[in-house]
Design a protein. Structure first.
Length: 412
């Protein structure tokens, strides 16, 4: 068996040595990406299974290594943490047949395998469901479902108390002279921080656009963190970086306050705790304890919204201190925490989109609206792309696709 693996390695090395991306068509390049990714995934699975088998022998010290993980790290040129993760993944896969088969076939990426394996360890009954979900969802969507699976197996109140006890933030300057910051704690605390940063990020983003500058979202987030700290200590608003303000008397855009959204099953709220299949989570941050909901609502913060549901249906919006149009936005944010396009995980700068042109209808209806990222919104407006009929995350197709809504309207 291992002899055959050596033959495959040499064949792959020979193919790679002769591969010139500049000589293939764009379509063939996309095919090459897909095939190489599948080979990479299969190889990662073989490595994990083999590493776990080798580690079981427990004889690494005889070969001068401190542990099996140290030996693997040295042999594969990776970090000790990554080596430990590989061995643990192989040990878990040996007990997870559905996941192992899909991983060996190259149908799942190493990141997907890691997520599913951890969730299957907590709830073996969810293994096949998660494997099936991975075939049709993004990594972000899979991560959300994994969080739900794990949350269903633990006491959320106890977990909240444990995370609270282990909360931490530390900073340091690395050897390259870069300042680093790492923090971890309960999701509702992180949501408070991000909600405070969101309007500052928005302000900095628009100021940069007016000045003709384009930077990654992470750069604006860092600047927003610094701005928040300076404003808190000085008590005065800090203007954007030099050169970013437009000339003239234009009023500075401050950005809209961010809303923290609680997705809550009404029956769970009445019962005081979510049961199997019921929802209690902070949108964008995952499942939370019911005590989080009560504490957020008791603050009477006008930017906390509780979206009430039964299964996947929105049955009400409790939004403190907001007008009805804000209620619609809150419900849309619940239904679409990321772009409505099925394979898009973009979560920032989403734009509300009318399925029917407002210029024709002159009304705004929740049931006829979606949220799209700026790129997909431009595709819809300029090139006629559209979401297929339905609600929630779904396929986004070009005008010629038979599933395009305009074809449905013509045949109706």
């Amino acid at each position: 068996m291992c002899k055959r693996l050596g033959e495959l390695r040499r064949a792959m090395a020979s193919y790679a040595a002769g591969f010139d991306a500049g000589l293939v068509s764009v379509a063939d390049a996309r095919t090459a990406v897909a095939e190489a990714a599948a080979i990479e995934s299969s190889a990662a699975t073989i490595k994990a299974l083999a590493a776990a088998r080798a580690a079981k022998a427990g004889d690494a010290r005889r070969r001068g290594a401190r542990s099996a993980a140290h030996e693997l790290a040295r042999a594969t040129g990776t970090t000790l943490g990554a080596a430990r993760g590989t061995i643990e993944a192989g040990e878990a896969l040996a007990q997870q047949p559905a996941l192992r088969v899909a991983a060996q076939a190259g149908e799942l990426s190493p990141a997907q395998v890691s997520l599913i394996s951890g969730a299957a360890a907590a709830d073996p009954a969810a293994e096949q469901h998660l494997v099936d979900l991975a075939a049709t969802s993004s990594l972000g969507e899979l991560r959300e479902e994994v969080s739900r699976v794990k949350a269903a197996q633990v006491d959320r109140e106890a977990r909240r108390a444990d995370i609270r006890a282990r909360r931490s933030m530390r900073s340091w300057t690395d050897t390259e002279g870069e300042w680093q910051l790492r923090a971890h704690g309960n999701p509702e605390d992180g949501a408070q921080v991000m909600a405070a940063l969101a309007p500052i990020i928005d302000r900095l983003f628009h100021a940069a656009r007016r000045a003709g500058r384009r930077e990654p979202p992470d750069a604006y987030a860092f600047d927003a963190l610094v701005t928040l700290a300076v404003e808190a200590s000085s008590g005065q608003p800090v203007p954007p970086a030099s050169g970013s303000e437009a000339s003239g008397k234009r009023r500075r855009r401050r950005g809209a306050p961010a809303t923290m959204l609680v997705r809550l099953d009404w029956d769970a709220f009445l019962a005081g705790a979510p049961r199997e299949g019921e929802t209690c989570e902070l949108a964008g941050y995952g499942p939370v304890a019911m005590s989080v909901v009560h504490e957020l609502l008791e603050t009477a913060n006008p930017f906390v919204a509780a979206i009430l549901t039964k299964a996947t249906e929105v049955v009400g919006v409790a939004h403190l201190g907001r007008r009805p149009n804000a209620h619609q936005r809150s419900a849309l944010q619940w239904l679409y925490p990321s772009c409505a396009r099925k394979d898009c995980v973009e979560q920032i700068y989403l734009e509300n989109d009318h399925r029917l042109d407002w210029a024709d209808t002159h009304f705004t209806a929740f049931d006829l609206m979606d949220r799209l990222c700026r790129f997909d919104h431009r595709l819809k407006t300029a090139e006629g792309w559209a979401l297929v009929e339905g609600t929630g995350k779904r396929d986004f197709v070009p005008p010629g696709d038979p599933r395009h809504p305009r074809h449905k309207r013509r045949t109706a």
